[in-house]
Every structure is written in C-alpha cells, then in structure tokens.
Design a protein around this ligand. Structure first.
Ligand SMILES: [Zn+2]
Ligand SMILES: [Zn+2]
Length: 254
C-alpha cells in the first residue's frame, strides 16, 4: 500500500474542514501504511477545503495532496478550466456521474435502469468517458466503469469490450486510471474497474493510482491490502502519486 488519492473530507456536504476531523483521516491513513493521501472534494464543496489547514497538517511521512473530483459533462470545459485556476492543485480526477442529466449513480435515480437498454447505457457512458479523456483537463480517470454500480450488465458486448477503446484513448492521453475500492461496498460488489479490465490495462502498459473514495475516515484505504495483492499478481510494481499536477511513481508495497 502506498497511496489513497480519492478521499472526500467534506463527504456530500455533511462535514467541514476542522483540524479534528481531517486528523481522523490522516491518522487512519498512517495506520494503514499510506504515504500520500489525496483530498479530492466533489467540485461543489471545493470551497470547504481549508488550504492553510492542509499545509499545516502535512508531515514528512504523509504527503497531503490537494485535488478535486470534477463532473465531466460535455460543454462544461470552460467552467472546469476556471475552477482549475482558482488555487494550486496537485491532481484532478475527472468523473462521469451524469448521462444526459441522469445522475445514474445516485440511489434516488437508480430506477431509471429498469426501463433502459443496458447496452445503450454502457455505450453512452463509455462515450462520455472517452470525451472526458479527450478534453485533456484531468490527470486521473475516476471509477472507470462506474456504470456497473447497481449490478447491471450489458448483453451484446462485455464490459471489457465497452471499455477497450477508452483504454487506448487513455494511453494516448497519458492519463492515469485509479483502482477505486468503493465498488466493493456498492451493490455490484467489485472494484472499479473490473479485474479483467485491469489485466488489459497492465498489458497495455497503463499506470495506476489507488483511491478509496472514502466519505468518512473509516473508509480510508478500505480493502487496499487485498487490492494491492491482486495488482501485484497481475504484475504491477508501482503506483502513481501526484504533486503540482505532475505524476511520480512509488513502489507498490504488499
Ligand atoms: Zn465519483
Ligand atoms: Zn469520489
């Protein structure tokens, strides 16, 4: 284990940046062998991130990186650019949470899957992820196959076939894919992206980072020991961290 670059301290707006609250995240990160933790607030809570506090709590054994998780919606590129210029960032995660205005990963809107053509939905989702990659604004692709969150599977092609063109775009763009453990605690019950996609990523030489998508301190580095072992078995020996939006490699420690 080395990095957890997807952590929400403000969660979905329930929490504020106090020294006490942020320290709970950092203590758990240290205990769980994390060397660099990346705070990636959802863009709507970006003003909650207390930059002075983050700098003050940074220690030589635990780098606290400043990031954001931004919703990619086509047409928002200029707004996103402005957001990225507001303060210095170490990394930016781009995520697709909406298909044509449908917040498909939100429990209140899950029902829309019941009447949807799942292959069509997969196709639309991965086309959006491909646009996200192509826009060149982000460092990390967030939860690459989030569309599976509720356990819906395509029929005409498998998930890897839907994801494959995007993997090639990511390689061309030089972006980093996160191995996101949050899927394990969601109905789908597996990591984002699926292991068969991660195996293909390794074959293509795509580097990875790791993220828990923690929305409370207990979830920091959740399930990382198992994930790290599986990444090692596939062949990965390094993970990527970021400073000042520049990637650097750390050894994957099992
Ligand atoms: Zn997300
Ligand atoms: Zn997140």
């Amino acid at each position: 284990m080395a990095v957890d670059y997807h952590v929400h301290v403000a969660a979905h707006g329930e929490y504020h940046y106090s020294e006490e609250w942020l320290n709970l995240y950092l203590q758990n990160a240290r205990q769980r062998g994390i060397q660099a933790i990346g705070l990636a607030e959802h863009e709507e809570y970006r003003d909650r991130a207390d930059q002075a506090l983050i700098e003050r709590l940074r220690r030589p054994d635990l780098y606290v990186a400043r990031g954001l998780e931004i919703d990619f919606i086509p047409g928002r590129e200029e707004t996103i650019k402005e957001m990225l210029d507001q303060y210095p960032l170490d990394f930016v995660i781009g995520s697709v949470h909406y298909i044509d205005g449908w917040p498909f990963d939100h429990p209140d809107y899950r029902q829309q899957f019941a009447s949807a053509d799942i292959d069509q939905v997969y196709s639309q989702y991965f086309a959006l992820v491909d646009k996200l990659v192509g826009c060149g604004l982000f460092d990390i692709v967030g939860h690459l196959d989030l569309i599976k969150i509720w356990g819906h599977r395509p029929k005409l092609k498998n998930s890897l076939q839907y994801a494959l063109p995007v993997l090639h775009s990511i390689k061309t763009a030089g972006m980093i894919i996160e191995i996101n453990s949050a899927g394990i605690r969601k109905p789908v019950g597996e990591v984002y992206p699926a292991w068969k996609i991660i195996e293909e990523m390794f074959r293509l030489g795509l580097p990875v980072t790791m993220g828990s998508d923690a929305h409370n301190p207990d979830q920091v580095a959740e399930d990382f020991a198992e994930i790290t072992r599986s990444l090692w078995d596939i062949g990965y020996r390094k993970v990527v961290a970021f400073r000042g939006r520049k990637p650097y490699l750390l050894p994957l420690i099992i």
